[in-house]
Design a protein around this ligand. Structure first.
Ligand code: J2J
Length: 528
């Protein structure tokens, strides 16, 4: 495995192989296999373009050769920041074949995040769109290339290098295929290595659970770099079944409903915030959405009352999904009783997923009692990339990942997310590390200390409140947002609200007591 990654122990790898979970196939080889089986069928729909499996396969070969001709080699990392376009898919498969490693960057990321990703991954290139959402991504990439010496290439999606296909050695299926980002607790995101074997398994098993087949049509609504649309089962899962993935450039209801009608979409995945928007829009839309079979909803808490509106509004099944880029996925199933679908986040997708729910001392708690979710299994990482110190804390000595989520299990074996112990704000599914934002806030000359906490929000579930102890005249919200934007932070990380206090409540250990702070703020006066 790539240096800096933590492999599964040999006996686990052997177990996963013997059980048929890991099949020793690379994602690049899988596309070859799909092209042989489903050649003329449509793999991808992007705007007016309809791309067959055969064409996608040939395109990936040409891109792999083109990248190679530019000097990209097996093991090289490239930060990929693209909207939901066909180029993302073709390029990823090209890189899988080359053994080069895409580092998935969200389109919302700005200079600060992209620079960090480049440095952390040791990337030698960046891929960006020519234009998207009125933002100049090429300028951003060039700016980063100017300050990160290792960046030798800036590739633009509409002019990716292509060349006549060349024979390439097959990468090791046990090795990293790409990097996802943690929605982490640390000041800056960590890289999650996902291997060919583990991702092929995750996408296959989730496609099987949802009974995807050649007639399945998946609508990609969420940003393509997110684990959920990419592989739960998402795009790769629908390919595993010989179906079609349709790209949506925006999650806005009407354009999505139009695509659902036009392409006879059968399955899609969204976050609760998008669910709200769509539910509001359905009564005003005359689109025919009768093809929909499943709407997957996950990434943030879905309230039972909202959950109950999904099936009547869309005439299709709701599937609750709990997931994490690190691995573990839980789904509700087609044969679950209604109350399980409305009130739980389902159960693990793999029989080999191991779950522990523990108290603060690390002891297992009884069924029904909430505790921290720990997990390990055939598609859950054993360590972040190049992060030995963090890994020592984030994993138990026997390899369980400490999720930071507070969950309980029902007698029927279904998981309910109760909250979290990690210092993260879940803003409509976007994860924000409090520590990261706090560090930037204290750069303001008039901010002595800052604590960032979540405040409840009807639409987003949670919003971000910056609580500050000022040094002199307290800055107002617009000034703080401006400062953070100038420091190159993605927009969704900017605080929604600011509160000024004289001191922070402290825990017995002398740390800021965020629970009590958040409770005070939530009961307080409102934004300014
Ligand atoms: C409450 N919190 C949830 C849920 C995730 C599928 C779906 C989601 C993600 C994802 C993903 C939740 N209810 N149903 O990668 O493949 C919170 C938890 C979790 C964190 C992970 C996928 N589903 N969460 O959201 O890596 O706190 O992945 O630990 O972005 O989201 O965030 P992320």
């Amino acid at each position: 495995m790539l240096q800096g990654c933590v492999p599964w122990p040999d006996q686990d790898a052997a177990r996963f192989t013997d059980a048929g979970y890991w099949r020793g196939e690379t994602l690049g080889a899988l596309l070859r296999d799909w092209a042989a089986r489903h050649g003329d069928r449509t793999a991808l729909v992007c705007g007016d373009r309809r791309i067959s499996y055969q064409r996608l396969d040939a395109w990936a070969d040409r891109l792999a050769a083109g990248l190679r001709a530019q000097g990209i080699r097996s093991g090289d990392r490239i930060v990929v920041q693209l909207p939901n376009v066909a180029e993302f898919v073709a390029l990823c498969f090209a890189m899988f074949r080359l053994g080069a490693l895409p580092v998935f960057a969200l389109p919302a990321y700005r200079a600060n995040e992209i620079r960090h990703l480049c440095e952390l991954s040791g990337a030698i290139g960046i891929v960006v769109p020519r234009e998207h959402a009125d933002y100049d991504y090429v300028a951003l990439a060039k700016e980063i290339a100017g300050v990160v010496p290792a960046i030798e290439h800036v590739f633009v999606a509409d002019s990716l290098p292509e060349a006549d296909p060349v024979a390439l050695p097959e990468p090791d299926p046990r090795d990293v295929a790409f990097f996802l980002l943690s929605g982490g607790t640390t000041a800056l995101p960590k890289l999650i290595p996902r291997t060919h074997d583990d991702y092929a398994y995750q996408t296959r098993i989730t496609a099987e659970i949802n009974e995807l087949g050649p007639d399945s049509v998946y609508l990609t609504v969420l940003p393509i770099e997110f684990n959920f649309p990419w592989g739960c089962p998402g795009i790769i899962g629908v390919f595993q079944a010989g179906g079609t993935a349709v790209m949506a450039l925006t999650p806005e209801p009407e354009p999505c409903f139009e695509l659902i009608e036009r392409e006879r979409v059968t399955i899609t995945s969204v976050v609760p915030t998008i669910t709200h928007l769509w539910l509001e829009a359905v009564p005003h839309s005359n689109r025919d959405m009768s093809s929909l079979e499943i709407i997957q909803i996950g990434s943030a808490k879905l309230h039972p009352e909202v959950a109950a509106r999904v099936q009547p509004a869309f005439g299709c099944r709701l599937q609750q999904v709990f997931g994490m880029a690190e691995g573990l996925l839980t789904f509700t199933r087609a044969d679950d009783p209604e109350d399980v679908v409305l009130t739980t986040q389902g159960r693990p997708v793999s029989p080999a997923d191991e779950i522990r729910v523990v108290d603060e001392s690390g002891n297992d708690v009884p069924v029904g009692v909430a505790g921290e979710l720990l997990t390990r299994g055939p598609y859950t990482l054993r360590g972040y990339y190049n992060a030995p110190e963090h890994n020592a804390k984030a994993f138990t000595s026997d390899g369980f990942y400490r999720s930071g989520d507070l969950v309980r299990f029902t007698e029927s074996g279904h998981m309910v997310v109760e909250g979290r112990v990690k210092d993260v704000i879940n803003r409509g599914g976007d994860k924000i590390s409090a520590t990261e934002v706090e560090a930037h806030l204290t750069a303001h000359p008039n901010v002595a200390q800052a604590a960032v906490v979540a405040v409840p929000d009807l639409v987003l579930g949670e919003k971000t409140c910056a609580v500050i102890i000022p040094d002199g005249a307290a800055p107002k919200l617009p000034q703080l947002r401006k400062l953070l934007r100038e420091r190159g932070l993605a927009d969704y990380k900017l605080p929604d609200r600011v509160e000024v206090v004289e001191s922070f409540p402290l825990t017995g250990l002398g740390k800021v007591d965020k629970k009590s702070l958040a409770a005070t703020i939530a009961g307080g006066s409102g934004g300014r």
